[in-house]
Design a protein around this ligand. Structure first.
Ligand SMILES: [Zn+2]
Length: 313
């Protein structure tokens, strides 16, 4: 017997639902689907509420009841903007108002996102200008046995410069324990870093992480573009293909997440690398693992593994 989840946000958006006796009840149930428990007030004004997944007092949610048959609500950080109407709504004006609210809220969110990204880009440029070169003795670099190449350093964090359309827009910080964080609110979609120089290159490589890119750069001497993650490989490869002369070859170098299929997941690194290579008609290069090694998944691992004498010996 399959039991369907009775509370799904879509149920309330203009669907008309006979069981609601009033717009307050309909709105309360729609909010409950997002874990928000409150008794709505039909004040006609914007009312704020706390999103349940953020600290108390966050005020990240809003709602407005326009009339007996239409309301709207939104939760900013979740990108939620919805309209709630009662079945057979005969107040099209209120419904239109509710839709306008939701639309304006979405525009406001987009505007806020852009402002945050612009602020993060300012910070990135400032920090980048102030930072010294990456310390070759930084614990993370030492552990990887890699030189700092294009990295700079601020305090204990290594900085990876992230560019979008030729401009520095964000920084990925790599901490001594290996955790990585971009600047809050900064652009992450489509951003990339570069080890080496594109000018005069006969071939350019594209890889996921900085350490993989550094290992490839060391081994092959070619410039390597860092896409940061598997999902970003294809967008970054496409932009690179548009930018580079046709005679310059592009090779996508994938991570081999070979441990994932056993867990019922796709080998994301391999799948996305192949997808990116196909998307630009480029070459694909995957790491060749040492005999008996079960832990390595990328070119940086393999290099380290070989430097350390390999696994299982
Ligand atoms: Zn290995």
């Amino acid at each position: 017997m399959v039991t369907q989840n009775p509370i799904s946000p879509q149920c309330y958006s203009d669907s008309g639902n006979d069981k609601h006796s009033s717009i307050e009840v309909a709105l309360a149930e729609a909010l409950a689907a997002y874990g928000v428990m409150l008794t709505p007030r039909a004040s006609g004004r914007f009312e704020r509420f706390d999103a349940p997944d953020k600290p108390k007092g966050n005020g990240n949610g809003w709602y407005r009841i326009h009339g007996p048959q239409a309301a709207s609500f939104g939760i900013w950080h979740l990108d939620v903007s919805e309209v709630v109407t009662l079945h057979g709504a005969s107040d099209p004006e209120a419904a239109t108002q509710a839709r306008l609210d939701a639309m304006r809220d979405r525009e406001r969110q987009e505007h806020e996102r852009q402002q945050q990204a612009a602020k993060a880009a300012d910070k990135a440029r400032r920090w980048w200008a102030e930072a010294g070169p990456g310390d070759p003795g930084h614990p993370w670099l030492a552990g990887k046995r890699l030189p700092p190449y294009n990295l700079r350093q601020r305090g204990e964090a290594l900085l990876v410069p992230l560019y979008f359309e030729g401009e520095l827009v964000n920084l990925e910080r790599i901490f001594p324990d290996g955790s990585k964080r971009p600047l809050k609110g900064g652009r992450v979609k489509g951003v990339a870093s570069l080890i080496g120089h594109l000018a005069g290159a006969g071939r350019v490589l594209v890889a996921e992480g900085w350490s993989t890119a550094a290992a490839l750069h060391e081994a092959m001497g070619a410039p390597v573009v860092v896409a940061r993650n598997a999902d970003n490989l294809a967008p970054v490869a496409r932009r690179l293909r548009q930018r580079m002369p046709a005679e310059v070859g592009i090779t996508v170098c994938g991570d081999d997440d070979r441990h994932l299929p056993a867990k019922g997941k796709a080998n994301k690194g391999a799948v996305e690398a192949r997808h990116a290579a196909l998307a630009i008609g480029g070459d694909l290069l995957m790491p060749q693992f040492c005999d008996g090694c079960e832990s390595c998944t990328d070119f940086a691992d393999v290099r380290l593994c070989r430097l350390g004498g390999g696994h299982g010996e």
